[in-house]
Design a protein around this ligand. Structure first.
Ligand SMILES: [Fe+2]
Ligand SMILES: [Fe+2]
Length: 276
């Protein structure tokens, strides 16, 4: 059997529609990549042609964000809707992390770049499955509710621009996850749903790493091209991200992930609170 290149593995995940099948393949390819690395061997990165949009299951139905029904977060139905929305984000994240590998295979990068995104994709696969398990424990499942269309927009907009992809996906969208997850954990804590609290805590801890990978490789590429990271970040986010960033920001976790306040506050729709 000929060994797949890393970009071929990524493309296989992207073209698998079913969520549980996609994440199983993602785990399998990540294990193959890291087993080779542990043996001191590197699987060739190669180049591949990933699909413009990843394959997705027939359900959930994808609706414009304004058409997705809102439910009270305090109610059991509201909590199901919240977990369903997170599951959808996690499935999208699996594809985003494999897509950055497949889409930019032609850009020469150190092996650590691939290690980081394979690990992130592996973790997103676990996150999706955790959220599916939580939904099933609540007598629901992924696909039972409509979900946001347009989550692939950031990937499409930055398909030609690796720096833009790093700025918008890990450093804006995944960093936003750090801002909102503590509030979500609180909702499930109040509902005494310990299993969902535990799952969200795993996600929260691991997402700091994904934002940090984004910041690391963004700074690496800025250094390679002799660019000022903060100025370039502002330009790229204004080019590719639609709308202002929304405070309050999780300044502590953002700092832990290597994103300082002067990166995000100038892009916010408010000025920072005055501090002594
Ligand atoms: Fe995640
Ligand atoms: Fe992530």
């Amino acid at each position: 059997m000929t060994e797949l290149t890393l970009t071929q593995m990524a493309t296989e995940v992207l073209t698998t529609a079913d969520g549980r099948a996609k994440t199983a393949l993602s785990h399998q390819h990540a294990a193959t990549w890291f087993a080779a690395r542990a043996e001191g061997r590197t699987i060739p990165v190669g180049t591949a042609t990933p699909p413009d949009m990843p394959a997705r299951p027939a359900r959930p139905e994808l609706l414009a964000p304004r058409d997705v029904p809102r439910r009270r977060p305090g109610s059991p139905q509201g909590r199901i809707a919240l977990v369903h929305a997170v599951a959808h984000i996690e499935l999208n994240a699996v594809d985003l992390h494999w897509d950055i590998i497949a889409r930019f295979g032609h850009v020469p990068m150190p092996m650590g770049f691939y290690d980081d995104w394979v690990k992130a994709a592996d973790e997103e696969s676990k996150h999706f499955n955790l959220m599916c398990d939580c939904l099933e424990a609540m007598d629901s499942h992924y696909g039972a509710l409509p979900a946001h269309a347009g989550m692939w927009r950031a990937a499409e907009d930055t398909a030609q621009d690796l720096l833009g992809r790093l700025a918008v996906v890990p450093m804006v969208l995944e960093a936003r996850g750090l801002d909102v997850t503590p509030g979500m954990i609180e909702i499930f804590r109040k509902a005494n749903d310990d299993a969902t609290v535990a799952a969200l805590n795993v996600i929260y801890a691991e997402e700091v790493g994904h934002v940090a990978y984004g910041s690391k490789w963004f700074h690496f590429l800025c250094g390679r091209h002799d660019l000022d990271p903060k100025d370039v970040f502002h330009d790229l986010v204004r080019t590719y991200f639609h709308g202002a960033l929304k405070p309050p920001f999780n300044e502590e976790k953002r700092a832990e992930a290597g994103i300082p306040p002067d990166f995000y506050w100038p892009l916010a729709d408010q000025t920072p609170p005055r501090r002594g």
